[in-house]
Ligand binder design. Sequence first.
Ligand code: ZN
Length: 80
Amino acid sequence: MSLQWEPQWVDEVVEYAGMRLRVKRDKVTGLYACPVCGLGDNATYLLTAKDLFYHIYAHAKKAERYRARVQYEEESREEE
Ligand SMILES: [Zn+2]
């Protein structure tokens, strides 16, 4: 059994809980590729639309934390 496969990516619009997202989906396995992680070494493959949207949501939460930290750093710099 081979542990690698030759993915055939096709663009697909995925809908979940009223949200729509254009992502790459592998025709061979049916896996979705996270558009934020990309298709390189850091690629993340998700099995269902639900998994995909929870994964994207996690990216958004991470970005939110980062934004809050940057804002905080800017505020503390002004006090100096
Ligand atoms: Zn991702």
